[in-house]
Design a binder for this molecule. Structure first.
Ligand code: PLP
Length: 443
């Protein structure tokens, strides 16, 4: 009997009792390879001594100080560190406790920016159908995952959703990736025109889509086209890099590879690497200056923002990533993972696509490779794979997303940046067994 209110009420979860490197061990002594970093969180693996030491030191110094009274050295240092390595023009980091909070704060910052400059008529957000931005009501509203939204729909603010950039499913035969990207930008332009360009606050998108579709990378030029369109109409671009950012795709920020600079960017997960709950909004100087010269106040806040121990953990994680050259490791081990996935699943009759970037990759499962028909949603293939993987001692992040009524199952892999070749061998071998076990006996 458990008294913890877990998400799954009818499932008995194993109890994690220790965690080292890329493994977690349960109370029965069974060990699980953490091939998903939890939910793309654990970038340094577990029990990293430098991070633990930094947290201990901070607890001894100042464990907590409310930000309406104090700032702290560690919050200032972390913000300076993040801004030094942020995309051009970003001047400030606003700290929160996780991804959904970061998205909520970004939405409010975007709206308040227009209030401060007298454009009160701007009240629409545009986002994409195949996306996840968090489970709080504002973040859920901009998210496009129907399954997560359905029962809360009456509570959600109206957001207009456009097509995701989903090359495997939506690029037409004979269409180049660039033409496909341009078509998506055209669609967005049409929606902006229908809503009225001067009524739109921001376009919100994950740079690389994570949870709902499994490592969907944008086609070349697509996000640049979106950036130009937003600029033309004075609309802000909010990139959500809660999952895809902080090194996961091989550059610190995923948008660097798109040569796009957002107005606001949300980060979390890999920021603190799971050692503490922490997220942030990185903001362009122009936006923060407007607040500073105007009301002098961002009308928002939570009790634990800028938490010193969370900031200490995040600062240590970022320093280890740089000191140990882990962005290069992500690129190198990302290629090693791709080649192992290709070797194992490239000819698999039920793997339609292998995709992703860096250590953020996915396989998409289909009933029929030729016409890309997904498995019947009722079979819950993704849940079967997760169960089988846990039996094999493997943590992966399978999901079945809803895409315009069409459903597909995928498995997301996001191992820690310290993963070795031998561990990648074991991950892909166990995944192959889990997929085989899940498919066995399906009608
Ligand atoms: N945004 C993205 C892109 C995410 O993937 C997630 C979580 O998976 C969130 C926001 C929400 O983050 P959190 O679960 O920390 O609230």
């Amino acid at each position: 009997m458990t008294h913890v209110f877990h998400r799954q009420l009818n499932t008995t979860l194993p109890r994690a009792v220790s965690a080292r490197g890329i493994s977690i061990t349960d109370a029965d002594g069974k060990s699980y390879l953490d091939a998903s970093g939890g939910a793309a969180v654990s970038c340094l693996g577990h029990a990293h001594p430098d991070v633990l030491a930094a947290m201990h030191e901070q607890i001894d110094r100042v464990a907590y100080a409310h930000t309406s009274f104090f700032t702290t050295d560690v919050a200032e240092e972390l913000a300076a560190d993040l801004i030094e390595h942020a995309p051009a023009g970003m001047s400030h980091a606003y700290f929160v406790s996780g991804g959904s909070e970061a998205v909520e704060a970004a939405l409010k910052m975007a709206r308040q920016y227009f209030v401060e400059i007298g454009q009160l008529q701007r009240r629409h957000f545009i986002a994409r159908r195949q996306s996840y931005h968090g489970n709080t009501l504002g973040a859920l509203a901009v998210g496009g995952n129907q399954w997560r939204r359905a029962q809360f729909a009456p509570l959600l603010m109206a957001v207009t959703h456009v097509s995701p950039c989903y090359e495997y499913r939506d690029r037409q035969p004979g269409e180049t990736p660039e033409q496909y990207g341009a078509r998506l930008v055209q669609e967005l332009a049409g929606v902006i025109e229908t809503l009225g360009a001067d009524s739109v606050i921001a376009f919100v998108a994950e740079t690389v889509v994570g949870a709902t579709a499994g490592a969907l990378t944008p086609v070349p030029g697509y996000l640049r086209g979106v950036r130009e369109l937003c600029d033309r109409h004075g609309i802000l671009l909010v990139l959500d890099e809660v999952m895809s950012g902080m090194g996961r795709t091989g550059t610190l920020h995923a948008c660097e590879q798109e040569h796009v600079v957002p107005d606001l960017m949300t980060i979390a997960k890999g920021l603190g690497g799971g050692y503490q709950p922490i997220g942030a909004v990185l903001a362009q100087g122009r936006i923060v200056d407007t607040f500073a010269r105007g009301s002098g106040l961002f009308q928002h806040g939570h009790t634990y923002i800028g938490h010193p121990v969370a900031c200490a953990a995040a600062l240590a994680v970022q320093r280890v990533i740089r000191r140990d050259g882990l962005l290069a490791a992500v690129r190198r081990q990302g290629q090693a993972l791709t080649s192992r996935l290709q070797a194992t699943f490239g000819d698999h009759p039920h793997v339609g696509d292998i995709r992703g970037r860096g250590l953020f990759q996915a396989i998409e499962l289909v009933r029929d490779r030729a016409d890309k028909t997904p498995f019947d949603a009722g079979l819950k293939l993704h849940a079967r794979i997760k169960r089988q993987a846990m039996q094999c001692g493997l943590m992966v992040y399978p999901m079945g997303g809803t895409i315009d009524g069409q459903r597909g199952d995928h498995v997301l892999l996001a191992p820690p940046f310290i993963v070795t070749d031998g561990e990648l061998d074991a991950i892909v071998e166990r995944l192959a067994r889990a997929v085989a076990g899940a498919l066995e006996g399906l009608p």
